[in-house]
Design a binder for this molecule. Structure first.
Ligand code: CAA
Length: 258
């Protein structure tokens, strides 16, 4: 498969998607969004892939939705095409873990794309922001909802209403990113993490992701019951026997994803 706006590489169980519109700081135009979705679907369907990484360049993960493409659109057209509804749905359907490897700018739709992923690892030079307010609009791929859940209302309001950027240190302190890595080694570090996840038992990885996401959608009581039943269900897998026996026998487990 070859794409106009992204690069796809598959190695050691990891699918690496690199956003590749350097002249526009990886701004998300409609071609990029549809190529990204088709790539995610391809990786979800590929049995050899156990984890996905999305990255950009050292200067920009993505500087937002493509302002030049959006500028002339009317309310009727964006409503009719349900602009960015396809991206939101695509991420909801991806069951494999997706890590955002963010260097440089992750602004507007770029910050939202990173937040659509399961977790974000930032390079020291990363900058996050939701500057849509300065363009006379608001975020449209989940920024107001996901950022608020991740960093709390006060800081999210600050970001949303001022359009300011936060650096990697502030983003980690606030809970937006899980770790910061040196800029020059960031992608290699994230690929190592993704390879480790890809080598785990896939049923437990899928269910860990589902159960963790459930925490944002349900009551504590329901979430605890969901988690416990899922935990119980994993005792029906061969990989649970292998994982626990390997620990007892002091060896590395050989998971078979069943
Ligand atoms: N859309 C389209 N083109 C963009 C872009 C965007 N979001 N961001 C950058 N570019 C283009 C620039 O127009 C420029 O192209 P030209 O050379 O053809 O003029 C090129 O990328 C390089 O950008 P700059 O010259 O501006 O680079 P810089 O280093 O001086 O500044 C920046 C970098 C601070 C990120 C600046 O480019 C910027 O502010 N970008 C816009 C950020 C933004 O407002 N994002 C929100 C978009 S709206 C959105 O995302 C809605 C939503 O929620 C779905």
């Amino acid at each position: 498969m070859s794409f106009e706006t992204i690069l796809l590489d598959k190695q050691d169980g990891v699918g690496l998607i690199t956003l590749n519109r350097p002249d526009a700081l990886n701004a998300l135009n409609s071609v990029l969004v549809s190529e990204l979705i088709s790539c995610l679907n391809d990786l979800q369907a590929d049995d050899d892939i156990g984890a996905i990484v999305i990255t950009g360049s050292e200067k920009a993960f993505a500087a937002g939705a493509d302002i030049k493409e959006m500028a002339g659109k009317t309310y009727a057209t964006v409503l009719e095409e349900d602009m960015f509804g396809n991206a939101t749905k695509a991420f909801r359907d991806i069951r494999k873990p997706v890590i955002a490897a963010v260097a440089g700018y992750a602004l507007g739709g770029g910050c939202e794309l990173a937040m659509c992923c399961d977790f974000i690892i930032a390079a020291q030079n990363a900058k996050f922001g939701q500057p849509e307010i300065k363009l006379g609009v608001i975020p449209g791929i989940g920024g107001t909802q996901r950022l608020t859940r991740l960093i709390g209302k006060s800081k999210a309001m600050d970001m949303m209403l001022t359009g300011r950027m936060m650096d990697a240190v502030e983003a980690e302190r606030s809970g937006l990113v899980s770790r910061i890595l040196p800029t020059e080694d960031m992608l290699d570090g994230v690929l190592d993490i993704a390879r480790d996840i890809a080598a785990l038992s896939r049923p437990s990885v899928y269910l860990a992701k589902e159960a963790t996401n459930r925490a944002l959608e349900t009551t504590l009581e329901e979430g605890l019951l969901f988690e416990r039943r899922v935990f119980h269900s994993l005792f029906a897998t061969e990989d649970q026997k292998e994982g626990m026996n390997a620990f007892v026998e002091k060896r590395q487990p050989q998971f078979k994803n069943r």
